[in-house]
Design a protein around this ligand. Structure first.
Ligand SMILES: NC(=O)c1ccc[n+]([C@@H]2O[C@H](COP(=O)([O-])OP(=O)(O)OC[C@H]3O[C@@H](n4cnc5c(N)ncnc54)[C@H](OP(=O)(O)O)[C@@H]3O)[C@@H](O)[C@H]2O)c1
Length: 308
């Protein structure tokens, strides 16, 4: 499968990112980063997501070597993470910590993120972003972005910024839409693309699936018939995110599921009708259910909605 068959989105800095990435931060994917990463790459998923805290940046580079895919054909994201027990990275040590990421990977990743606003010591978030900007200017980083940032965190780093973050990587699915509304609006104003994780929370982690379950199953059946490819409710969630210009990061350590994700990644855009996309969003907005609290529930009010 050629990389050209997978749709990409254009980031603020003019670079392109494939719409679906395979992450090695969760589940079996994290403990089998080389083997599963190799399967992902060989299947045609040429977009890998890692982070310092996953302890497999080295394995991410090894997976690319093992798959025999040229490095320049793979889009790689990594992140500057807080130290164990959520200890922030002192500003004076951040440059060296970024370099350690690059050394473990064996190359400069295409995208490098501040893993969450608490990676910086209190009051140092803007200075940490300024360091990312300087590293970009020096050619030590390429695209730069953030993760788990609330509107107030984005406001801090955007004030006088030389570069805007190209993405904010957050838990994103229909059951967090109401909570995220102010954040998504802020990002849209600035052209910051949402990169999703935890996208399968409604189908895999919500105790019953909630009101979306029959809707996703109905749409999955329709799209399976149209495409001749068997898709389930989880696949519909990934297509729903893509239909909104969201870059999806998902994970699997299961070879068959990884190959299924690669097939999904290569399907043409526009598989869901605008009415289906809107129906999923509208029903999703009636429930609040988050799996990863990270820091998005601190000083960022939760919606007054039923939460199962
Ligand atoms: N920036 C951050 O703070 C942050 C936080 C969390 C995650 N991430 C990134 O995003 C990636 C994906 O996160 P996520 O795991 O939350 O994504 P997700 O797409 O919501 O879930 C993927 C998980 O679902 C399981 N799965 C998929 N289909 C399944 C099925 N039909 N039945 C049962 N299990 C199924 C996979 O397990 P199997 O291995 O069994 O297939 C995998 O562990 C991570 O690896 C990481 O790279 C970033």
């Amino acid at each position: 499968m050629s990389p050209a068959t997978v749709q990409s989105f254009t980031l603020l800095d003019g670079t392109a990112i494939p719409w679906l990435g395979w992450g090695n931060g969760t589940g079996a994917a994290s403990t089998t980063a080389v083997e599963s990463g190799k399967i992902a790459l060989e299947s045609g998923i040429l977009h890998l997501d890692t982070a310092q805290i996953y302890h497999n940046e080295k394995e991410t580079g090894e997976a690319i070597t093992a798959a025999g895919v040229p490095r320049e054909e793979v889009y790689v994201t990594s992140k500057l993470s807080a130290r164990p027990n959520q200890i922030p990275v002192p500003l004076a040590e951040a440059r060296a910590s970024v370099q350690e990421s690059l050394d473990r990977l064996g190359f400069v990743p295409d995208l490098y993120l501040i893993h969450n606003p608490y990676v910086a010591e209190p009051g140092h978030l803007k200075a940490l972003w300024a360091l990312f900007e300087a590293l970009k200017d020096e050619g030590k980083l390429k695209s730069i972005g953030v993760s788990n940032f609330r509107p107030q965190d984005l406001a801090v780093i955007l004030d006088g910024a030389k570069y805007k973050p190209v993405v904010n990587q957050i838990e994103y699915h229909p059951y967090v839409l109401t909570h995220l509304a102010p954040l998504l609006e802020f990002q849209q104003q600035h052209g910051i693309i949402t990169q999703s994780y935890g996208t399968l929370t409604p189908t895999l982690r919500h105790p019953t699936g909630g009101p979306l379950k029959p809707i996703l199953e109905r749409i999955a059946a329709r799209v399976s018939t149209t495409t001749g490819t068997s898709l389930d409710a989880s696949a519909v969630l990934l297509l729903w995110a893509r239909a909104q210009g969201v870059v999806v990061v998902t994970a699997s350590g299961n070879a068959d599921r990884i190959k299924g994700l690669a097939k999904l990644a290569a399907l043409p855009a526009g598989l869901l009708t605008p009415e289906e996309v809107e129906e999923i969003s509208a029903v999703g907005k009636t429930v609040h259910f988050r799996f990863y609290t990270e820091h998005l529930e601190n000083e960022f009010p939760l919606p007054d909605l039923p939460s199962q």
